[in-house]
Write a protein that binds this ligand. Structure first.
Ligand code: ADP
Ligand code: MG
Length: 378
């Protein structure tokens, strides 16, 4: 054993008198891309089954390291399958005043934005989740006596600054906690939305702004955390007018690669340091939440974890989708990302065979995507 990380730890940790729930960890391997494999080295990682994968052991190429997760999504997995298995099950809770968060973690180029946003042909978690929330609200029985309202905010954490993406040019916003321990951002734009197209109308220009800016500002998108908040408020029609708020955070995290290794200097080094603070703290928070022993969860150590304090762990439902790439040029970043996400790992003493090099796989993958684009959207 290299280490058994969290293998022995149980599903619910009792941190004093408060029940905390584990963060579910899924890994998604994107398809092999020949153009990213200049030296034609093939794959260094591959899936084994629906919970396990293996990667070549750099210390000894005759060995592989095998990792175990809650879910493993192989390179053939469709957007629809990722949504159904990792995201859809948590959505009903936000109609009942509970909170949830979904993160895409992993190195730049491994598929975080593909997973969260996707494209018009292959929509990702965000459009599917928003459609599903509207569907769930419509399906609610009038007889239960609640009225529902759906709203959105969209923000970015860049260099430990909180920026409103629905109000371009806004300044760093403060994060506060109210007397009921709800986290809020005074001054953040919150827009009521009445349909999916209403959502799109606000979301698309804001995310385009972010992508366009990114090419000008040294791939800003790979160094900032993009955070979409969908809030469902329900109010009881009866006289007490009880109100419950459920929050869903959908987060495309900054790239997990260590920018220091690539020799960045000056402002860029400072930026990556700051990003590392939020990502580094997130890893400590997830580790504490998934630990069986009662430990302090260091939410307050970064902006990202402070913002997510009421929606990550505790009574919230959280899923982390770790995106990884199979080419050798990502090897060390993949290794680091897996070590963060793994429930356990094991060294297996057998050579890594390359029989699944993607040449025969890619056409099959394309055919599947075309089929998916043909309208199996939900
Ligand atoms: P990241 O956001 O992590 O930097 P991207 O989502 O931009 O990575 O993905 C990098 C490239 O790989 C993009 O061209 C994207 O379309 C492609 N890609 C990522 N994941 C998949 C996948 N599961 N299937 C097909 N293409 C993918
Ligand atoms: Mg991206």
């Amino acid at each position: 054993f290299l280490g058994t990380n969290m293998a022995q730890r149980v599903a619910t940790a009792d941190g004093g008198n408060k029940k905390t729930s584990r963060v579910r960890v899924a890994v998604r391997l994107r398809p092999y891309m020949g153009k990213l494999d200049e030296k034609n080295e093939g794959l260094c990682v591959r899936g084994l089954d629906s919970q396990n994968l293996e990667i070549i052991n750099w210390r000894n190429a005759t060995e592989t390291v095998k990792y175990h997760f809650d879910v493993f999504h192989g390179e053939q997995t469709t957007q629809q399958e990722v949504f159904l298995s990792s995201v859809k099950p948590v959505l009903p809770h936000i109609l009942n005043g509970q909170n949830a968060s979904v993160f895409a973690y992993g190195p730049t180029g491994a598929g975080k934005t593909h997973t969260m946003l996707g494209s018009s042909e292959q929509p990702g978690v965000i459009p599917r989740a928003v459609r599903e929330v509207f569907k769930l609200v419509k399906a609610k029985d009038e007889g239960e006596g609640w009225e529902y309202s759906i709203g959105m905010s969209y923000l970015e954490i860049y260099n430990e600054k909180v920026l409103d993406l629905l109000s371009p040019g806004s300044q760093d916003l403060p994060i506060r906690e109210d007397k009921d321990k709800n986290i809020l951002i005074p001054g953040l734009t919150h827009t009521t939305i009445s349909s999916f197209s209403d959502f799109d109308k606000h979301f698309i220009p804001a995310s385009l702004n972010r992508t366009t800016a990114s090419t000008k500002l040294n791939q800003r998108s790979s160094r900032s955390h993009a955070i979409l908040l969908i809030k469902v408020v329900r109010t009881q029609r009866a006289l007490s007018h009880r109100q419950q708020t459920g929050k869903l955070y959908l987060v495309d995290l900054a790239g997990s690669e260590d920018n220091r290794r690539t020799g960045n200097q000056g402002i860029r080094l400072k930026e990556s340091g700051a990003i590392n603070l939020s990502l580094f703290t997130l890893s400590k928070v997830v580790d504490s939440l998934n630990s069986a022993t009662a430990v302090r969860v260091p939410y307050r150590d970064s902006k990202l974890t402070r913002l997510l304090q009421d929606s990550l762990g505790g009574s919230a439902h959280s899923v982390m989708i770790t995106n990884i790439a199979p080419e050798y040029k990502y090897y060390f970043d993949t290794f680091t990302a897996l070590n963060f996400a793994a429930k356990s790992k094991l060294i297996v003493n057998k050579p890594f065979t390359r029989e699944t090099v993607a040449v025969p796989v890619l056409p099959v993958k394309r055919a599947r995507d075309d089929h998916e684009a043909g309208g199996s959207d939900s």
